[in-house]
Design a protein around this ligand. Structure first.
Ligand code: MN
Length: 153
């Protein structure tokens, strides 16, 4: 999660902006801290958790859906950083392009970073309509896999 370089390089490389309705965007530091969860009907239905941090949306694909209650641990696979402008995105990515399918907002709202340890343990709070409270993301030793779960009240 290094700042200062173009962390959207991978995002742009994967997309053809003359074909997809997704925003091209750029790294843009804002004073707001928001999150969004997209419900993404791609080849496999999944949910995308995105946290506004470091001028981009840090993103994770959650195959089984976000945990709404404590005690549920979900795999979250980190994906490419998305531009901040993606926070409002809803639309249909056309057939044959990266992420083809319908993208809808499943939940959104304020996000607060509470603690970050060694870029592999993130404690944060969400104040959405569906997800509210303290959440954790813990990175596995290797690869892009994380565990995503809700803290006990
Ligand atoms: Mn997705």
């Amino acid at each position: 999660m290094k700042a200062g370089k173009d962390t959207l390089k991978e995002y742009k490389k994967l997309r053809d902006f003359s074909e997809t309705p997704e925003p091209e965007g750029r790294v843009r530091k804002t004073s707001k801290k928001r999150f969004v969860i997209h419900e993404h009907h791609a080849s496999h239905l999944h949910w995308d958790l995105r946290l506004e941090m470091e001028g981009v949306l840090k993103s994770w694909a959650v195959p089984k859906g976000p945990p709404e209650n404590p005690g549920i641990k979900r795999l979250a696979v980190q994906t490419e950083d998305h531009p901040v402008d993606y926070i409002d995105f809803e639309g249909i990515i056309p057939e044959g392009y990266y992420g083809a399918g319908t993208v809808k907002i499943w939940d959104n709202g304020p996000f607060e970073l509470l603690e970050m340890k060694k870029e592999r343990e993130i404690k944060f709070s969400l104040a959405g309509k569906r997800l509210k409270g303290t959440y954790y993301l813990l990175k596995f030793r290797e690869g892009r896999n994380w565990l995503f779960f809700k803290g006990k009240e």
